[in-house]
Design a protein around this ligand. Sequence first.
Ligand SMILES: Nc1ncnc2c1ncn2[C@@H]1O[C@H](COP(=O)(O)OP(=O)(O)OP(=O)(O)O)[C@@H](O)[C@H]1O
Length: 329
Amino acid sequence: MNLLDIKNLSIELTSHGENILAVDRVSMAIKDGEIRGLVGESGSGKSILAQAIIGVLDDKWHVEADRFHWQGKDLLRLPLEERKQIITKDVAMIFQEPMSCLDPTNSIGEQIEESLDSKQFSGYFWQKAQQRKAAAAKLLHKVGIKNHQACAKSYPHQLTNALCQRVMIAIALAKRPKLLIADEPTASMEASNQAQIFRLLASLNQLKNMSILLISHELEKISHWTDYLTVMYSGQFVEAGTTEQIFNTPFHPYTKALIASTPRAKNDVEKKSRLHAMPGSIPGLQHLPIGCRLGPRCPNAQKKCVRAPQIESYHGHQVSCHFSHREDY
Ligand SMILES: Nc1ncnc2c1ncn2[C@@H]1O[C@H](COP(=O)(O)OP(=O)(O)OP(=O)(O)O)[C@@H](O)[C@H]1O
């Protein structure tokens, strides 16, 4: 069953009396227990899409969709309060700079205890306090922090970025979410720490059947951990499918370029040879091309590309391009 099912989600920014379509009819579904990767260059609208899912965009953003279902419930037709309640209960999000998300004036232990639901504790206040402490320690243990007593007494600035991210994951787990959105969770971390965080997320997915939306601008970095991938470019849907489909038979020129630019994804790269990179850079919101926004950078672009392509599906592998090559199917 689909946990989240979004069809043609658009996010419009109102700025200086002008409306700018930052996210243009993006579709994505996340099944129960899957890890879905969301990839695209910096500025492709991944974070805005994630923020629209958890409903934290402010008034200057206008969100519209043909379908926005959470476990079969149409969120856009629910009153705002009810919608907030559902999302707050079932969806948690972690961000790229964990240290700045934690309160610098409170100890880690206090912050984790605060995130626990008081309904799960009973008895006199001192008994509740003891239960709360024990539950916080259990959470720290769950995210692989062995010395949880020392960690609980620490303040965010005394911990490394990787430890802070584990704490953020512990805080997210406190409400037992069905979906965890991880927006570039390992940005500015050393490679060994990155692997540990991804391994932790994968084990939580396996043990708790928690679905994860893993957001990154590096396809190669997350592809090892994902079951499915969705690729975005400049606010538009590009391609989606299983991780194997995307890597073995990419349809879209943008996905092909992303894969060609990752050293280990291609086995036939000769020593000291240059990696392929798509010319140009992603357009800013003020200079969005009409139709397919990849047009000015795309090697296959033709006249037809001034109209945005429809999404076509081949054995569950979806692509949005007028001229993608699909002869493998
Ligand atoms: N608060 C804001 N006000 C105006 N424009 C914004 C705001 N936040 C993001 N944008 C613009 O929206 C577009 C998408 O941004 P977004 O942060 O979602 O991209 P992203 O793919 O997550 O990139 P990154 O990996 O760098 O976070 C960008 O062009 C960005 O400049």
